[in-house]
Design a protein around this ligand. Sequence first.
Ligand code: IMP
Ligand code: MG
Length: 175
Amino acid sequence: MIEIQEILFDEQTIARKVQELAERISRDYAGKELLLVSILKGAFIFTGDLVRSLTIPVAVDFLCASSYGMSTESSRTINIKKDLDSDIRGKHVLLVDTIIDTGETLNCIMNIFAERKPASLQAVALLDKKSRRTVDVPVKYLGFEIPDKFVVGYGLDCSQQYRNLKYIAVIKISE
Ligand code: IMP
Ligand code: MG
């Protein structure tokens, strides 16, 4: 059985943090051509809220990737299920993910994208499970640091469920 154990961040708390991140991003990318790359599926809600809080022109593209290989292996790799529609050469690219756990997925994506020669490449994530990091991936914009617990909501799933929750919660899985 799966049950909601604890609400970590409610709707208002998330909204305030998204606004704060959007203000920093709007300031930093003023006068530049910004391309947000949303990492599906988990980032679809965060991306929607973030772009609507930006005050600068922005283009949006989507990448759907799944990682495979043991999380303990340094050679973790990703399978790109849907690549970008646009060429990122010369663009200021900001990757959007909702949560950074080991950092392996984002690290793989950043390595692949770096080869495509963008003008700049940074990342934003709402949640940071810092204690779980196995790779030193630079994430310029981070929302909340959270403990090593499995969370759902605001785009994040457990077996494809709970993505629609307006809050972010820790779940308890029992028989
Ligand atoms: P990483 O490659 O270990 O950083 O994994 C990142 C991805 O794993 C995220 O984009 C999520 O899709 C998923 N993930 C990691 N932790 C959680 C969690 O607590 N709840 C839901 N999904 C998670
Ligand atoms: Mg998932």
